[in-house]
Design a protein around this ligand. Structure first.
Ligand code: HEM
Length: 152
């Protein structure tokens, strides 16, 4: 019971952290990208990554570890699959920024100036991801309340 509660709390805390972080990353990517500016991008990006790990880690355990309604409920729920499709879209969108930010981090660590021409595209991607997270919340809260179960 305590684990179930803690998993739910962590899952929701990831929402607070992740939504703020991806929005902050988008804003930071629109600002001047000198070294302090890049550090702001990296900081927001690190919290976005932590939120993603928390979401996916706690989410998988909640869905398939027998803590909530059980695997059968989720695997047969349209809104669960909608939520997973949104997650996949977020992860696919993340590929570009993730690879570039790893390079930028390496560049800054070596004292080089990274090529940040894609920054405004990555900012737009971050804002789209924030909107997709909001849709995930809509799907999750409906799924948790019995919507999305196929009619018999
Ligand atoms: C960006 C990622 C995610 C967001 C924004 C998100 C959001 C949420 C929210 C807001 C709830 C609370 C619903 C409520 O009780 O009203 C929830 C519950 C839940 N989520 Fe997630 N979630 C994410 C990722 C995942 C993943 C990856 C999984 C599983 C593979 C997952 C599985 C669950 C489960 C099982 C519940 C409990 C539903 C219930 O009470 O029956 N979530 N999620």
């Amino acid at each position: 019971m305590t684990i179930r509660w803690l998993l739910a709390a962590l899952h929701l805390l990831a929402l607070g952290v992740g939504l703020g972080a991806v929005w902050a990353r988008g804003r930071a990517l629109q600002a001047q990208l000198d070294v302090p500016g890049l550090r702001r991008v990296f900081y927001a990006d690190a919290w976005w990554g932590i939120a993603a790990l928390l979401w996916i880690g706690t989410g998988l355990v909640r869905a398939f570890g027998g803590f909530e309604k059980g695997s059968f409920y989720y695997l047969h729920n349209h809104l669960f699959w909608a939520k997973m499709a949104l997650l996949v879209a977020i992860l696919v969108l993340e590929l570009g920024p993730m690879i570039a930010l790893i390079r930028w981090r390496g560049g800054v660590a070596r004292g080089a100036v990274p090529d940040t021409r894609a920054a405004s595209r990555f900012a737009r991607i971050s804002f789209v991801q924030a909107v997709l997270v909001v849709f995930m919340v809509l799907a999750a809260t409906a799924m948790a309340r019995g919507y999305g179960v196929p009619a018999r």
